[in-house]
Design a protein around this ligand. Structure first.
Ligand SMILES: [Zn+2]
Length: 208
């Protein structure tokens, strides 16, 4: 999406979205000697490039900043904006990597439930095959009933599960940490540090 600029005024120019400004550096009182590009989305020093020879070059730098951002996949906050505050309409289709800012917001907003799920139960194992109805059915070894259950986060819960920041419905639910840990190719604690999701302790109750 190309940036639209206001008409240049004495070498100063601002983008219509208000985000970028190009300030001229004057030599004496004559023509602009060079230009500085400012990105007002930055919080402290908004200067992103200084001493640029041409205004057109500063515009190209601004374009490249915006196009790089638009290659990130943002998460929809439901109000026309992404969780990180970007306008979703600036999202491009050829996206290839997750927006870290959105991920952080999503990670810090992971819900605690409760969730309606399905499970099987036997006295030896407790609940198992916990998830969607299809998932629970896939774990049916005989004619035992598929139970409708309520799953919620509780720090003292008897079950372990995983909450992915992009899909916060708990998955990989097991009655011990050892079984839960085996769901991961590497250590789940590494995934937690990378803020891909979090491990949670869960309560499971049969729905009345
Ligand atoms: Zn984002």
């Amino acid at each position: 999406m190309a940036i639209v600029w206001f008409r240049s005024n004495e070498g100063y120019i601002r983008s219509k979205c208000g985000r970028f400004e190009i300030f001229p550096n004057f030599c004496g009182n004559l023509h602009a000697k060079s230009y500085n590009l400012h990105d007002n989305r930055k919080t402290n020093d908004t200067t992103v490039a200084a001493g640029i020879s041409f205004q057109s070059e500063a515009k190209l730098i601004a374009e490249s900043i915006e196009s790089k951002e638009n290659t990130y996949i943002h998460l929809d906050a439901g109000n026309g904006k992404s969780l990180c505050g970007m306008n979703l309409h600036s999202r491009r289709l050829n996206t290839y990597s997750d927006c870290k800012a959105c991920n952080n917001v999503a990670f810090n907003q992971l819900p605690d439930g409760p969730w309606d799920m399905y499970a099987r139960y036997d006295e030896r194992r407790g609940f198992f095959g916990i998830g969607s109805e299809i998932y629970a059915k896939a774990h049916r070894f005989d004619d035992d009933a598929i139970l409708s259950v309520i799953v919620s986060i509780n720090k003292d819960g008897n079950y372990w599960g995983w909450q992915e920041y992009r899909n916060p419905i708990p998955s990989m639910i097991w009655p011990s940490e050892i079984q839960f840990r085996m769901c991961f190719a590497s250590d789940y604690k590494v995934k937690e540090q990378e803020k891909k999701g979090r491990s949670v302790r869960l309560d499971i109750k049969i729905r009345d």
